[in-house]
Write a protein that binds this ligand. Sequence first.
Ligand code: 5GP
Ligand code: ZN
Length: 114
Amino acid sequence: MSDCIFCKILAKDIPTQVLYEDDLVMAFPDVSPQAPEHILIIPKKHIPSLAEMSAADEAIMGRIVQVASALAKERGFSEGGYRLVANCGEQAGQSVFHIHFHLLGGRGFEWPPG
Ligand code: 5GP
Ligand code: ZN
């Protein structure tokens, strides 16, 4: 998708610090961090939102969760606890329509979220 900012990051048209990359996913720091650790984990495949994923995308989603768990351990905030969030749709606050999971750590979090 030529007008998708995360596809541009994947294509390296927009320079980003790559924290993790494999055949299915990439992880990089959020440009506007909401916690001491705020990482975005995205599929390489352009899927606009969770509402548009299909059963064929199951392996991608499994990989995202596995990478989140591994990154939290590797970066030392797993034990303290963290949050893995995907906003789906405008009402939930989704602003970039390429699936992404926010991995947030390094501070306490409230529940329920706002
Ligand atoms: P959403 O609101 O869709 O759940 O989350 C989108 C996230 O993408 C926001 O936290 C925002 O800060 C982040 N973001 C938007 N544009 C860029 C960008 O160009 N680079 C990076 N690293 N993050 C971005
Ligand atoms: Zn995209």
